[in-house]
Design a protein. Structure first.
Length: 202
């Protein structure tokens, strides 16, 4: 830039103010840098979006598979998984417990005497819900209310393990909250936007 100014003075005999040109040069350099930065940011954003889409797909597939194992809808499973996590229960224990309950409910509905006997220990209301083919979630809520209302801790543990198998003991912190407490936590999952809709799960 300075050399250009010197040549103009030598050839034409007058001083040229190159400050505007200098400013334009700086502006062009900044623009180029900005474009380069935007390109990098766009690339990073695209990568992040790809990762998010991949993670969402993975979570959706997992929710779908676990819903099928437990007899719950995909929405219900995701909400209950959140409630279980808040109660300190891992998803594996939840799946095991709900799968066991789903199987026992089906057996009670089809007249299996052992299954019916197991539910009768929790009270007529629970047994009736299981035998009449009520949704697994509804039967679970009735069991939670029954266990939450019991004062004998050892009896609670025995009943929970009888219905939910080995995972019954781990499920107690959640069951002890009763249906109202569990439903509140499930509602919280929806309010926080943690439940993938059916379109995201497909």
């Amino acid at each position: 830039m300075a050399e250009t100014q010197r040549k103009l003075v030598t050839r034409w005999g007058f001083q040229v103010d190159l400050k505007p040109l200098q400013k334009m040069h700086v502006a062009i350099a900044e623009l180029k840098s900005g474009i380069k930065g935007l390109s990098l940011e766009a690339g990073a954003a695209a990568f992040i979006l790809f990762e998010m889409a991949e993670t969402t797909a993975k979570l959706g597939k997992e929710a779908s598979l676990n819903a099928q194992k437990t007899g719950l809808s995909t929405d219900s499973f995701q909400e209950m998984a959140f409630a279980a996590k808040k109660a300190g229960i891992d998803s594996e224990s939840l799946v095991m417990a709900m799968a066991k309950l789903n199987r026992a409910t089906f057996e009670a509905k089809t007249g299996n005497k052992e299954a019916i006997k197991s539910f009768m220990q929790l009270g007529g209301g629970v047994a009736q819900a299981a035998m009449s083919g009520k949704p697994t979630e509804e039967v679970f809520m009735k069991i939670a209310d029954r266990i939450a209302g019991m004062k004998d801790q050892s009896a609670k543990t025995a009943l929970a393990m009888h219905i939910f198998g080995r995972a019954g003991f781990q499920m107690l912190p959640m069951l002890n909250k009763g249906s109202a407490g569990i439903k509140n936590m499930m509602e919280e999952a929806k309010e926080l936007g943690l439940v993938l809709d059916s379109d995201a799960i497909k």
